[in-house]
Design a protein around this ligand. Structure first.
Ligand code: SAH
Length: 253
C-alpha cells in the first residue's frame, strides 16, 4: 500500500480520500480472506454457552475476556491433522495421531482461565500434544515451557509453534512428571494428561501463591480436574472443579 503514496508521485487532494477508501477495503478483505474467522467466533460462542451451563462447577458465569480473545486469535486449524481441518473449530477434542488428542476448546478455555494468569508470567505445561494449549497461553502473553513424552509430537510442536509466530514457547521431549527444574519456579503449571496422583516434583516447582491445574483419577474413567494453590504459608490447597476425561499421563514414574 506504500506504493501509490510514494513521494515520486505526490497524491493530489482529490485522490487521497479514494486511496483511504481502498485502504479500508483492503482491511475488510484481510478479515474476509481468513476463511476461519467466523468459525472461530462461533467456537467462542459455544465455549461461552458451555461456561454458563457449568457455572456452578466453575464458580463463574463468564471467563476472563482476555482468555477468549486469545482463543479467537489462535488458528486451531493449524494444530489438527490435514483431514480434520474442517472440524477444527468444533467444540470437540480431535485425534492428533499417536493415540493422543487436542483438547476440547471449552476445556482449554476453562483451564487457562482457572490459572488466573497475567501477561508476562511463566507457565509450565505437561503434555504439549499439538501445541494448541501452549499457543493459547502464549497468545495470552505468557512465556511457556512445555514437555511432551512422545518425541514425534514434541518435534512437530517445536516446528509448528515458531512457524506460527509463537516464539515464547519452548518445547522439549521428556517425562513431564519431573517438571523443568532448571526453569522453576513457575507462576502456573498446567497438566493436560490424566495423572493417578499429583506429581510432587511439580508441586515443588510452583512459586508461592501459584496455581496448578491437573486432571487426577483413573485413566480408564472420568477424572476430576483439580485446581491446586500453593498458598502464602506454603500450604497446598486443592479444589475439585469438574469431572473430565483426558488421555493418561504416561512414563516410568
Ligand atoms: N495440550 C495438548 C493436549 C495434549 S493430550 C494440546 O493442546 O494439543 C496429552 C498429551 O500429553 C499427549 O500428547 C501425551 O503424549 C502427553 N503426555 C502423556 N504423558 C506425559 C508425560 N509423562 N510427560 C509429558 N507429556 C505426556
Amino acid at each position: 500500500m506504500a506504493g501509490p503514496v510514494s513521494t515520486r508521485h505526490p497524491v493530489s487532494a482529490a485522490i487521497a480520500p479514494l486511496l483511504l477508501l481502498v485502504a479500508i477495503g483492503l482491511g475488510a478483505a484481510a478479515q474476509a480472506s481468513d476463511p476461519y474467522h467466523d468459525s472461530r467466533q462461533h467456537m467462542i460462542r459455544l465455549i461461552e454457552a458451555d461456561v454458563r451451563a457449568t457455572s456452578d462447577y466453575l464458580r463463574r458465569t463468564a471467563l476472563d475476556a482476555r482468555v477468549l480473545e486469545a482463543m479467537a486469535r489462535v488458528p486451531r486449524h493449524e494444530f489438527v491433522p490435514d483431514d480434520l481441518v474442517d472440524a477444527a473449530y468444533r467444540n470437540r477434542p480431535l485425534p492428533i495421531g499417536h493415540g493422543q488428542t487436542i483438547s476440547q476448546p471449552y476445556i482449554v478455555a476453562i483451564m487457562t482461565d482457572l490459572l488466573d494468569l497475567e501477561p508476562g508470567q511463566r507457565v509450565l505445561e505437561i503434555g504439549t500434544g499439538s501445541g494448541y494449549q501452549a499457543a493459547v497461553l502464549a497468545e495470552f502473553g505468557a512465556s511457556v515451557w512445555s514437555i511432551e513424552i512422545i518425541p514425534a509430537l514434541a518435534e512437530q510442536a517445536a516446528e509448528r509453534l515458531p512457524r506460527l509466530g509463537y516464539d515464547q514457547v519452548e518445547v522439549r521431549a521428556g517425562d513431564g512428571y519431573y517438571g523443568w527444574p532448571d526453569e522453576a519456579p513457575f507462576d502456573a503449571i498446567i497438566v493436560t494428561a490424566a495423572a493417578s496422583h499429583v506429581p510432587s516434583p511439580l508441586l515443588q516447582q510452583l512459586r508461592t501463591g501459584a496455581k496448578m491445574i491437573i486432571p487426577v483419577g483413573s485413566p480408564f474413567s472420568t477424572q476430576q480436574l483439580l485446581l491446586i494453590t500453593r498458598d502464602q504459608n506454603e500450604q497446598v490447597r486443592t479444589r475439585q472443579v469438574l469431572p473430565v476425561r483426558f488421555v493418561p499421563l504416561t512414563g516410568e514414574h
